[in-house]
Design a protein around this ligand. Structure first.
Ligand SMILES: Nc1ncnc2c1ncn2[C@@H]1O[C@H](COP(=O)(O)OP(=O)(O)OP(=O)(O)O)[C@@H](O)[C@H]1O
Length: 286
């Protein structure tokens, strides 16, 4: 049995002016993988390819142990995009009724529990919902059919920090059995920092890194030094360097090693956002 709920190898897709270039990634069972990158980096394209909403040019995709995403496998996946596609004249109760007919695993008591937890009305038309309420309803519906895998494209966009926190807890509960997984694209880096086990950064259609979040947060660091001190920093000790107005900064993979070796410079911890900006805004990679 595969240890991964998603396994992608050498995935390629070209549009006029954009190429998704040889993407390989894994989403292990029992883990949350955060997918980050700038606007237009290729996150939604990757997700649409995973879900067979787009036809790939080449590469392989295995989801839930199969490379054939037929309708019964699709029913084991909960999907949320950044917009809600329910008809405005439906109520949440109508939506639940439709879903219960489509998904054999639909759990109405779980639906009711989440609806109450996130404070969503059962019998008001969806046209009267705010954007945040519509997103909450989409997430509840994706989870209430008890999928094995959740694929979320910007699903927490538009939600306030309190609600996001509640939803992130629901996501953490979801993977507790070590069989379920979440693949989760977001521009809200703090959400990824809170719940992801692994982080994948995509930039201009290519994967830049796939790394354990704890390694990024606890081991990566930033050397800050004067331009003349930078001459003493050996290129093999940093990943990327960049100039600021007054100084130099170098992203390092092992901040403790950098502190031991370079005693006269400052070596700070690096946030996920800072690491992402280093890679995307660049500088010199030597
Ligand atoms: N169906 C399509 N036809 C042509 N080009 C497309 C199509 N879908 C996406 N693209 C292009 O592919 C590139 C990547 O888009 P994609 O939506 O995957 O980015 P993203 O990382 O999800 O961005 P965002 O964070 O803004 O949602 C963009 O340049 C976009 O214009």
């Amino acid at each position: 049995m595969s240890e991964n709920n998603i396994s992608v190898k050498n995935l390629c897709k070209s549009f006029d002016g954009f190429t998704l270039n040889n993407i390989s990634l894994q989403v292990p069972k029992g883990r949350i993988v955060g997918f980050i990158g700038e606007n237009g980096a290729g996150k939604s394209t990757t997700i649409n390819l995973l879900l067979n909403e787009l036809k790939r040019d080449s590469g392989t995709i295995e989801i839930l142990g199969t490379d054939t995403l037929n309708s019964s496998v699709k029913k084991e996946i909960g999907v949320v995009f950044d917009e809600c596609n329910f008809h405005d004249f439906f109520t949440a109760q109508n939506v639940a009724k439709i879903f219960s007919g489509v998904y054999p695993t639909w759990d109405n008591s779980l639906f009711t529990l989440y609806m109450k937890k996130l404070n969503i009305p059962f019998s008001k038309p969806i046209s009267s919902f705010s954007k945040g309420m519509k997103m909450k309803l989409s997430i509840i519906c994706a989870m209430a059919h008890r999928p094995k895998l959740l694929i979320l494209d910007e699903a927490t966009t538009g939600l306030d920090p309190v609600v996001r926190d509640e939803i992130l807890e629901m996501f953490l509960d979801f993977i507790q059995d070590e069989e379920h997984s979440i693949f989760f694209s977001s521009h809200i880096i703090s959400d990824i920092e809170k719940i992801a086990d692994y982080v994948i950064l995509i930039h201009q259609g290519k994967i830049v890194f796939e790394e354990e979040k704890d390694t990024l947060i606890y081991q990566y660091g930033i050397i800050r030094c004067e331009k003349k001190q930078f001459a003493d920093i050996q290129p093999e000790d940093y990943i990327i360097s960049r100039k600021t107005n007054v100084s130099m900064e170098c992203l390092v993979r092992d901040k403790e090693a950098a502190r031991r070796k370079y005693k006269n410079v400052v070596v700070d911890s690096a946030s996920l956002e800072e690491i992402m900006l280093f890679y995307i805004k660049g500088g010199s990679t030597k």
